[in-house]
Design a protein around this ligand. Sequence first.
Ligand SMILES: [Zn+2]
Length: 493
Amino acid sequence: MTKTFYITTAIDYVNSRPHVGHAYEKVLADAIARWNRLNKKDVFFLTGVDENAQKNVQAAEKAGIPVKEFIDKNAELFIELCKKLNLSHDDFIRTTAKEHTIVVQRIVKKIIEKGDIYKAKYEGLYCVGCETYYTENELIDGKCPEHNKIPELRKEDAYFFKLSKYKKELQKLIPQYVTPESKAHEVLNRVNGELNDICISRHKANWGIDFPNDKKFKVWVWIDALINYISGLKDKEEVYWPAQLHVVGKGINWFHSVIWPAMLISADYKLPEKLLVHGYLTTEGKKMSKSLGNVIDPLELLNKYHADSVRYSLLRCNVFDDSDFSEDIIIERHNNELANKLGNLVSRVSTLAEKYGIEKTKSNLEIDKTLKEVKEHFNNYELHKVLEVIFHYIDKTNEYIQEKKPWEVHSPQREAPQQSEEAHSKSKSNSRKVLYELSVAIKNATILLSPFIPSTAERIAKTFNFKISLDDLEKPLDVKSKINKSEILFQKI
Ligand SMILES: [Zn+2]
């Protein structure tokens, strides 16, 4: 039986246009999804948007547009982003969908039946940006650490979830569930301290999902949002749940590593296998934010640059740390690696192979060690390291062509004119063998690069007559089909 691999991104608020951080998380998950498909897993990749958040409502009011209209418009932009990034997602969830509402109510009901939800008075500090309550000591200078804003004081009747009941289970789960380790420690420290029950309802809110059996309340948007990972599977829940991997940014680690598993245990669901917590993209070390005016619009980038250049330069960022990102970085990575290293190699080898042909031989440019390292880094989700390893292999291949100079023997001004006809034809055959080795190396590098730059990989595969599959790594190259000169893959900027 084929192993299933269910992977998700967080769902994004639609209170404004997508920013480049959204694009990063999506291509990160997409590359992991594609890698698992290459490994013949039955992959389901879900992404989408969170439409029930109060901050969406506030943004709509501020814009003077009816909420539904506002949300539809922005959701469209996220859908467009997925398309332009060439994402391979299997579904896109919008949490205002009826099916989602039904699943949320079903799961909350189950938690009520379990006796894990009770009613009480609540007074607390609420950050609308985070859609969550904070305790005094979680704030920095009295402000939300994510938004640097003073939270509102709210007092309301509320339903609470007995999060504290699951402390022991969470302490056991978190070290093996959350990656990287540093992020597991962060939440574990909090869990080891005082773990309070959490308020999971909103009184008199006019947007969101009704609380089961009590329509005066809405379900707190985080409870609603987390459940998207189950509701998004629709009739495939049986096949794909539990998820193998949730990909989220560090700002929402707590919700995914503590609240989500506790809800699942309470509702008798199996737990997801891994939570990958990635860093943020920054500008000169600073968080990108609208107030700082340093936000990068990914849709604009994708109008200007090839999707594979954007994907590649995003995926070169360190997964676990914060990384600087800018248009200059895209241009630099596009020129240095995609155009100069990969593009040039493909262009040179395909031009020579078209002219002189290739001849089968055993390759000196072995992929085994590279493949082993690629697998290791993928297993640790260190995709930036995967790219380093593949480009090291491409560097070696570029050195090989320089060293062997397979064009020389065909040139009329070749040295050693005293060579006999027989020796000369042997040299020609050798050069065709070198071109074969180089073509095989291009095939190998391309297959491994395909999760990162899928459309370019397809173009290279067409030129060199191979399939994008790990089986084709082991297979020799087809020498009967002619290699034709490749068009330029990446025009230098
Ligand atoms: Zn906040």
